[in-house]
Write a protein of this length. Structure first.
Length: 306
Protein backbone atom coordinates (compact mmCIF):
# COMPACT_ATOMS: atom_id res chain seq x y z
CA UNK A 1 0.00 0.00 0.00
CA UNK A 2 1.29 3.42 -0.89
CA UNK A 3 0.35 5.41 2.22
CA UNK A 4 -0.77 4.72 5.79
CA UNK A 5 -2.11 8.24 6.29
CA UNK A 6 -1.88 11.49 4.42
CA UNK A 7 -2.33 14.96 5.83
CA UNK A 8 -4.06 17.19 3.28
CA UNK A 9 -3.15 20.83 3.78
CA UNK A 10 -3.69 24.01 1.84
CA UNK A 11 -0.80 25.88 0.31
CA UNK A 12 1.72 26.10 -2.51
CA UNK A 13 3.25 22.71 -1.77
CA UNK A 14 0.28 21.11 -3.59
CA UNK A 15 0.40 23.46 -6.56
CA UNK A 16 1.84 20.77 -8.84
CA UNK A 17 -0.50 17.95 -7.85
CA UNK A 18 -3.62 17.20 -9.88
CA UNK A 19 -6.09 14.78 -8.29
CA UNK A 20 -9.46 14.13 -9.91
CA UNK A 21 -12.50 14.32 -7.65
CA UNK A 22 -16.07 13.13 -7.79
CA UNK A 23 -18.69 10.83 -6.31
CA UNK A 24 -17.85 7.80 -8.48
CA UNK A 25 -14.56 6.32 -9.63
CA UNK A 26 -13.27 6.80 -13.22
CA UNK A 27 -14.22 4.04 -15.64
CA UNK A 28 -10.73 3.26 -17.00
CA UNK A 29 -8.08 4.19 -14.41
CA UNK A 30 -4.35 3.56 -14.65
CA UNK A 31 -2.36 1.72 -11.99
CA UNK A 32 -1.23 4.18 -9.33
CA UNK A 33 -3.87 6.78 -10.19
CA UNK A 34 -5.22 8.89 -7.32
CA UNK A 35 -8.90 9.86 -6.95
CA UNK A 36 -10.64 11.80 -4.18
CA UNK A 37 -14.20 10.70 -3.41
CA UNK A 38 -16.03 13.85 -2.32
CA UNK A 39 -18.99 11.84 -0.99
CA UNK A 40 -16.72 9.73 1.20
CA UNK A 41 -14.14 12.50 1.88
CA UNK A 42 -11.41 9.93 1.26
CA UNK A 43 -8.45 9.76 -1.09
CA UNK A 44 -8.09 6.48 -3.03
CA UNK A 45 -5.35 4.88 -5.15
CA UNK A 46 -5.91 2.37 -7.97
CA UNK A 47 -3.59 -0.63 -7.61
CA UNK A 48 -4.22 -2.02 -11.08
CA UNK A 49 -7.30 -4.02 -10.14
CA UNK A 50 -9.27 -2.08 -7.52
CA UNK A 51 -9.55 1.23 -5.69
CA UNK A 52 -8.18 1.30 -2.13
CA UNK A 53 -8.50 3.99 0.50
CA UNK A 54 -5.27 5.83 1.20
CA UNK A 55 -4.85 4.93 4.84
CA UNK A 56 -6.10 1.35 4.61
CA UNK A 57 -2.75 -0.37 4.29
CA UNK A 58 0.58 -0.81 6.05
CA UNK A 59 2.87 1.29 3.92
CA UNK A 60 5.18 2.47 6.66
CA UNK A 61 6.41 2.17 10.22
CA UNK A 62 3.70 1.36 12.71
CA UNK A 63 4.73 4.01 15.24
CA UNK A 64 4.54 7.00 12.91
CA UNK A 65 7.21 9.65 12.40
CA UNK A 66 7.65 12.69 14.65
CA UNK A 67 9.23 14.53 11.70
CA UNK A 68 6.87 13.39 8.96
CA UNK A 69 5.60 16.92 8.33
CA UNK A 70 9.22 17.96 7.70
CA UNK A 71 9.76 15.19 5.17
CA UNK A 72 10.15 16.78 1.73
CA UNK A 73 10.43 13.58 -0.30
CA UNK A 74 9.43 10.00 0.54
CA UNK A 75 9.68 7.35 -2.16
CA UNK A 76 8.74 3.77 -1.28
CA UNK A 77 8.37 2.89 -4.98
CA UNK A 78 5.03 1.20 -4.53
CA UNK A 79 3.44 0.23 -7.81
CA UNK A 80 2.90 -2.47 -10.39
CA UNK A 81 5.85 -4.56 -11.56
CA UNK A 82 7.52 -3.42 -14.81
CA UNK A 83 5.64 -0.09 -14.91
CA UNK A 84 6.78 3.51 -14.63
CA UNK A 85 4.23 4.75 -12.14
CA UNK A 86 4.75 5.59 -8.46
CA UNK A 87 4.15 8.50 -6.09
CA UNK A 88 5.84 10.63 -3.50
CA UNK A 89 4.38 9.55 -0.13
CA UNK A 90 5.40 12.73 1.72
CA UNK A 91 2.79 15.38 2.51
CA UNK A 92 4.15 17.37 -0.44
CA UNK A 93 3.15 14.78 -3.06
CA UNK A 94 5.82 16.01 -5.46
CA UNK A 95 5.45 15.29 -9.16
CA UNK A 96 7.80 12.52 -10.36
CA UNK A 97 9.09 11.55 -13.79
CA UNK A 98 10.88 8.43 -15.05
CA UNK A 99 13.88 8.65 -17.36
CA UNK A 100 13.81 6.12 -20.19
CA UNK A 101 12.73 2.50 -20.06
CA UNK A 102 15.78 1.62 -17.99
CA UNK A 103 13.97 2.65 -14.80
CA UNK A 104 10.90 0.67 -13.71
CA UNK A 105 9.08 -0.48 -10.62
CA UNK A 106 10.18 -4.04 -9.86
CA UNK A 107 9.04 -6.87 -7.63
CA UNK A 108 12.31 -8.78 -8.17
CA UNK A 109 13.98 -7.09 -5.20
CA UNK A 110 12.52 -5.09 -2.35
CA UNK A 111 13.71 -4.00 1.06
CA UNK A 112 10.18 -3.25 2.24
CA UNK A 113 6.73 -3.45 0.71
CA UNK A 114 7.29 -5.90 -2.14
CA UNK A 115 8.57 -3.50 -4.83
CA UNK A 116 11.50 -1.17 -5.45
CA UNK A 117 12.99 0.97 -8.23
CA UNK A 118 15.02 -1.04 -10.75
CA UNK A 119 17.77 0.86 -12.57
CA UNK A 120 19.09 -1.04 -15.57
CA UNK A 121 21.89 1.40 -16.28
CA UNK A 122 24.52 -1.10 -17.42
CA UNK A 123 24.04 -0.28 -21.10
CA UNK A 124 25.01 2.84 -23.01
CA UNK A 125 21.42 3.78 -23.78
CA UNK A 126 19.42 6.58 -22.18
CA UNK A 127 19.82 6.71 -18.39
CA UNK A 128 17.22 5.30 -16.06
CA UNK A 129 16.20 7.42 -13.07
CA UNK A 130 13.29 8.90 -11.15
CA UNK A 131 13.30 12.67 -10.82
CA UNK A 132 11.36 15.51 -9.30
CA UNK A 133 10.60 18.45 -11.59
CA UNK A 134 13.27 21.14 -11.54
CA UNK A 135 10.98 24.15 -11.60
CA UNK A 136 9.11 23.00 -8.50
CA UNK A 137 12.13 22.42 -6.27
CA UNK A 138 11.87 25.73 -4.43
CA UNK A 139 8.08 26.03 -4.34
CA UNK A 140 7.71 22.47 -3.02
CA UNK A 141 10.39 22.92 -0.39
CA UNK A 142 12.71 20.31 -1.89
CA UNK A 143 15.83 22.47 -1.93
CA UNK A 144 18.09 22.29 1.13
CA UNK A 145 19.01 25.95 0.91
CA UNK A 146 16.17 28.14 2.07
CA UNK A 147 15.16 27.02 5.56
CA UNK A 148 16.98 25.58 8.59
CA UNK A 149 20.50 24.35 7.78
CA UNK A 150 19.91 20.84 9.16
CA UNK A 151 18.78 18.03 6.86
CA UNK A 152 18.93 14.27 6.27
CA UNK A 153 19.09 12.33 3.00
CA UNK A 154 18.77 8.54 3.13
CA UNK A 155 17.97 5.51 0.99
CA UNK A 156 18.26 1.75 0.77
CA UNK A 157 20.35 0.53 -2.17
CA UNK A 158 21.00 -2.87 -3.73
CA UNK A 159 23.83 -2.51 -6.26
CA UNK A 160 24.17 -5.28 -8.80
CA UNK A 161 27.25 -3.89 -10.56
CA UNK A 162 29.74 -1.06 -10.27
CA UNK A 163 29.48 1.88 -12.71
CA UNK A 164 30.40 0.37 -16.07
CA UNK A 165 30.36 3.06 -18.75
CA UNK A 166 33.66 4.65 -19.74
CA UNK A 167 32.49 8.16 -18.87
CA UNK A 168 30.98 7.23 -15.51
CA UNK A 169 32.88 8.62 -12.53
CA UNK A 170 30.37 7.31 -10.01
CA UNK A 171 26.99 5.67 -9.58
CA UNK A 172 24.48 8.02 -7.95
CA UNK A 173 21.90 6.47 -5.63
CA UNK A 174 20.31 9.85 -4.91
CA UNK A 175 21.43 13.40 -5.55
CA UNK A 176 20.28 17.00 -5.71
CA UNK A 177 21.85 20.08 -7.21
CA UNK A 178 23.87 20.84 -10.29
CA UNK A 179 27.27 19.41 -9.46
CA UNK A 180 30.19 19.21 -7.08
CA UNK A 181 32.46 22.22 -7.14
CA UNK A 182 32.43 26.01 -7.09
CA UNK A 183 29.16 27.59 -8.14
CA UNK A 184 26.85 24.73 -7.14
CA UNK A 185 24.86 23.61 -4.15
CA UNK A 186 24.48 19.85 -4.12
CA UNK A 187 24.32 16.67 -2.08
CA UNK A 188 24.86 13.09 -3.30
CA UNK A 189 25.17 9.51 -2.10
CA UNK A 190 27.11 7.47 -4.65
CA UNK A 191 29.54 4.69 -5.57
CA UNK A 192 33.05 5.81 -6.47
CA UNK A 193 35.06 4.09 -9.25
CA UNK A 194 37.27 2.55 -6.55
CA UNK A 195 34.24 0.58 -5.35
CA UNK A 196 33.54 2.45 -2.12
CA UNK A 197 30.47 4.39 -1.00
CA UNK A 198 30.74 8.16 -0.67
CA UNK A 199 28.63 10.97 0.75
CA UNK A 200 29.10 14.43 -0.78
CA UNK A 201 28.01 17.97 0.04
CA UNK A 202 28.93 21.13 -1.80
CA UNK A 203 27.95 24.54 -0.46
CA UNK A 204 28.17 26.61 -3.63
CA UNK A 205 30.91 29.23 -3.84
CA UNK A 206 31.72 29.37 -0.15
CA UNK A 207 35.22 28.61 1.09
CA UNK A 208 35.38 25.43 3.14
CA UNK A 209 31.97 24.32 1.97
CA UNK A 210 32.88 21.17 0.03
CA UNK A 211 32.79 17.82 1.81
CA UNK A 212 33.46 14.28 0.53
CA UNK A 213 33.37 11.37 3.00
CA UNK A 214 34.41 7.91 1.84
CA UNK A 215 32.79 4.88 3.43
CA UNK A 216 33.21 1.13 3.33
CA UNK A 217 33.58 -1.01 0.23
CA UNK A 218 30.48 -1.75 -1.83
CA UNK A 219 28.98 -5.23 -1.47
CA UNK A 220 27.06 -6.24 -4.58
CA UNK A 221 23.66 -7.95 -4.46
CA UNK A 222 22.94 -6.91 -0.90
CA UNK A 223 20.73 -4.21 0.64
CA UNK A 224 22.51 -1.37 2.44
CA UNK A 225 21.14 1.68 4.25
CA UNK A 226 22.89 4.94 3.32
CA UNK A 227 22.43 8.31 5.00
CA UNK A 228 24.00 11.77 4.91
CA UNK A 229 23.01 14.37 7.49
CA UNK A 230 23.91 17.95 8.20
CA UNK A 231 23.75 19.35 11.73
CA UNK A 232 25.02 22.81 12.66
CA UNK A 233 27.65 22.77 9.94
CA UNK A 234 28.80 19.16 10.41
CA UNK A 235 28.25 16.67 7.60
CA UNK A 236 28.06 12.98 8.60
CA UNK A 237 27.92 9.88 6.43
CA UNK A 238 26.43 6.59 7.68
CA UNK A 239 26.33 3.07 6.23
CA UNK A 240 23.91 0.64 7.86
CA UNK A 241 23.76 3.04 10.79
CA UNK A 242 27.53 3.11 11.37
CA UNK A 243 29.21 6.51 11.21
CA UNK A 244 31.79 6.48 8.40
CA UNK A 245 33.15 9.93 9.07
CA UNK A 246 32.30 13.58 9.52
CA UNK A 247 33.56 16.92 8.30
CA UNK A 248 32.79 20.54 9.02
CA UNK A 249 31.32 22.87 6.43
CA UNK A 250 30.01 26.37 6.89
CA UNK A 251 26.37 26.92 7.87
CA UNK A 252 25.50 29.17 4.91
CA UNK A 253 22.77 27.87 2.66
CA UNK A 254 22.70 28.37 -1.10
CA UNK A 255 20.10 27.64 -3.73
CA UNK A 256 19.96 25.21 -6.62
CA UNK A 257 16.92 24.77 -8.85
CA UNK A 258 18.09 21.36 -10.06
CA UNK A 259 15.82 18.40 -9.34
CA UNK A 260 16.32 15.48 -7.00
CA UNK A 261 17.22 12.36 -8.93
CA UNK A 262 17.37 8.71 -7.92
CA UNK A 263 19.66 6.57 -10.07
CA UNK A 264 21.61 9.17 -12.06
CA UNK A 265 23.06 12.66 -11.92
CA UNK A 266 21.18 15.67 -13.27
CA UNK A 267 23.41 15.68 -16.37
CA UNK A 268 22.37 12.08 -17.23
CA UNK A 269 25.71 10.59 -16.19
CA UNK A 270 26.89 8.96 -12.94
CA UNK A 271 24.39 6.14 -13.32
CA UNK A 272 23.59 3.62 -10.59
CA UNK A 273 23.01 -0.04 -11.49
CA UNK A 274 20.68 -2.02 -9.26
CA UNK A 275 17.68 -1.37 -7.02
CA UNK A 276 16.73 1.51 -4.71
CA UNK A 277 14.03 1.58 -2.06
CA UNK A 278 12.63 3.80 0.70
CA UNK A 279 14.22 7.13 -0.22
CA UNK A 280 13.63 9.93 2.29
CA UNK A 281 14.68 13.60 2.40
CA UNK A 282 14.02 15.46 5.65
CA UNK A 283 14.44 19.22 5.66
CA UNK A 284 15.18 21.05 8.91
CA UNK A 285 16.13 17.94 10.94
CA UNK A 286 19.36 15.96 11.25
CA UNK A 287 17.83 12.59 12.07
CA UNK A 288 21.22 10.96 12.65
CA UNK A 289 24.17 12.53 14.49
CA UNK A 290 25.79 9.37 15.86
CA UNK A 291 25.84 5.65 15.06
CA UNK A 292 22.30 4.25 15.06
CA UNK A 293 20.38 1.07 14.28
CA UNK A 294 19.40 0.96 10.62
CA UNK A 295 15.62 0.94 10.04
CA UNK A 296 13.96 -2.43 10.35
CA UNK A 297 10.71 -1.41 8.65
CA UNK A 298 9.65 1.01 5.96
CA UNK A 299 9.77 4.72 6.70
CA UNK A 300 6.48 5.81 8.29
CA UNK A 301 4.04 7.60 6.03
CA UNK A 302 2.17 9.49 8.74
CA UNK A 303 2.84 11.89 11.59
CA UNK A 304 3.17 10.38 15.06
CA UNK A 305 1.21 11.80 17.99
CA UNK A 306 4.35 12.46 20.02
Amino acid sequence: MLFDQITLVEGAQFANLTVATGTSFPASPSAGELFYRTDLTLLHVYDGSSWTEVGAGSGGGSAGDAYFNQTSLLLNFAGTNATQRTYDASVRLNTLTFGSGNSTISSTQSKFGGTSLFLNNASGSSPGYVSTTANTVASSGLDLSTQAPDWTVEAWAYPTALPSLSNELSGTVIGWGGGFGAGWASVSILIKPSGVWQGQWNNANSAGGDVSINGSAVTLNSWVHLAVSKSDGTIRFFINGTLQGSSTTNTNNYFSSSPWRVGAGVNDTYRFIGYVDDVRVTKGVARYTATFTAPTEANPTFQSNS
